[in-house]
Design a protein around this ligand. Structure first.
Ligand code: NCD
Length: 336
């Protein structure tokens, strides 16, 4: 398997073949993620989960994914709580922590910092987001979700008409997703953002060079009508020099039930990497959409566990041993 004993720092060099193999492993993770069965295939293994930027689902889903495979998780959060705040280099921190872990996930505010960290690591490093640069595992789970959502509508990725909406300049999830989309040909991609937050040219070139039909604009309604998948993103306020600057774009695009019913097809899929900014001045994805069948945001977060379990299994080379370490769960699952 292509991922075995490798770092995952970017989605740049991943082939479609590798993605398909990974997604096949992710499908095998469903009974474990759904708590129908338990596997202890990573019993004794340790994940170093290092998050130097705020995170809920990425951090917890990496940790849960590792736990669901039977491994243990050591967590470090916040730059100020680590020796990096005392001037230690990423290289030294990596040398030290890789002595305590079998695999490391790292999120850091500086672009390319995770790559730098990986040069000092003796174990595989997964990029959990490096500034505005990349978020490879989010892009993988987003592609997995797009494929699954289209398939449940009887469609294929070739039928994709995707609208990327919001802060496309700073959104690293969008940047990584563009890399993956450029592995396909002839898709329809609409880029809808305030002009100042447009997708950087290198990603637009990447999409057009792949032969996609790329349209750009800053009008929400026209961006919605042609899409079968909408990918909404948050204004990345932490990437602006001042809060005031970010605030002027908050609430620029607000998607709610009324707009959705009026401008979208009844089965249009809504995705968002989350968190959605639900504060009054932003409210980018209204709660009144929560019961819409097309709202895929929580299927997307559930898929994150499957894809991250698959990545750990492949990186640590146990993807063919899951069943040998499985048993039934002993407890009651879910609420009645
Ligand atoms: C995204 C991120 O951190 O880039 N969140 C996530 O990991 N699911 C998107 C965001 O913060 O807006």
């Amino acid at each position: 398997m292509i991922f075995t004993s490798q770092h995952l720092l970017s989605v740049k060099d991943i082939s479609l073949e590798a993605i398909h193999s990974l997604f096949a492993v992710a499908e095998q993770m469903r009974p474990y993620a759904n708590r129908e069965k338990v596997t202890r295939v990573l019993e004794g293994a340790v994940l170093g989960n290092m998050f130097f930027e705020p995170s809920t689902r990425t951090r917890v889903s990496f940790g849960s994914a590792f736990n669901l495979l039977g491994g243990e998780v050591r967590e470090t959060t916040g730059l100020s709580n680590s020796a990096l705040a005392k001037g230690e280099s990423l290289y030294d921190t990596a040398q030290v922590l890789s002595g305590y872990s079998d695999v490391i996930v790292m999120r850091h505010p500086e672009p390319y910092s995770v790559e730098q960290f990986a040069t000092g690591s003796r174990v595989p490093v997964i990029n959990g987001g490096d500034g505005a640069n990349e978020h490879p595992t989010q892009a993988l789970l987003d592609l997995f979700t797009i494929k699954n959502e289209l398939s449940s509508l009887g469609k294929d990725i070739a039928d994709l008409r995707l609208t990327l909406l919001g802060d496309l300049k700073h959104g690293r999830t969008v940047h990584s997703l563009c890399h993956l989309l450029s592995l396909y040909k002839g898709l329809k991609v609409q880029l809808v953002s305030p002009k100042a937050l447009a997708l950087p040219q290198k990603y637009i070139d990447m999409l057009t060079n792949a032969g996609h039909d790329v349209q750009t604009g800053d009008n929400l309604e026209s961006g919605l009508s042609k899409a079968n998948v909408i990918y909404q993103t948050r204004i990345q306020e932490e990437r602006f020099s001042t809060k005031e600057e970010a605030d002027q774009y908050k609430g620029y695009f607000r998607l709610n039930k009324q707009i959705y019913s009026q401008h979208c097809q009844p089965d249009t899929v809504i995705m968002h990497p989350l968190p959605r900014d639900s504060r009054g001045n932003a409210n980018e994805l209204d709660n009144d959409l929560n019961k819409e069948p097309g709202l895929a945001i929580f299927r997307q977060t559930d898929n994150g566990v499957l894809v991250r379990m698959a990545l750990f299994a492949c990186i640590l080379g146990v993807e063919n041993q899951l069943a040998a370490y499985e048993r039934k769960v002993n407890w009651q699952v879910g609420v009645r």
